[in-house]
Design a binder for this molecule. Structure first.
Ligand SMILES: [Zn+2]
Length: 55
């Protein structure tokens, strides 16, 4: 019996979600390409309602 298996990847790193958002959610272009300053401003504007209405 081999019940001593640890839940790790072959290289020893713990399992985790490796699906990082490499693409811009605003323009759809890769984040490491192009200028996304407007995209981040847009994202902030979209998330503004989350910060508003606080006591
Ligand atoms: Zn973008």
């Amino acid at each position: 019996m081999s019940n001593l298996r640890r839940i790790t990847t072959p290289n020893g790193a713990p399992l985790q979600n490796l699906e990082l958002p490499s693409r811009c959610d605003q323009c759809g272009n890769p984040r490491n390409k192009g200028n996304h300053r407007r995209c981040s401003q847009r994202r902030q504007a979209l998330n503004k309602h989350k910060w508003m209405g606080r006591p």
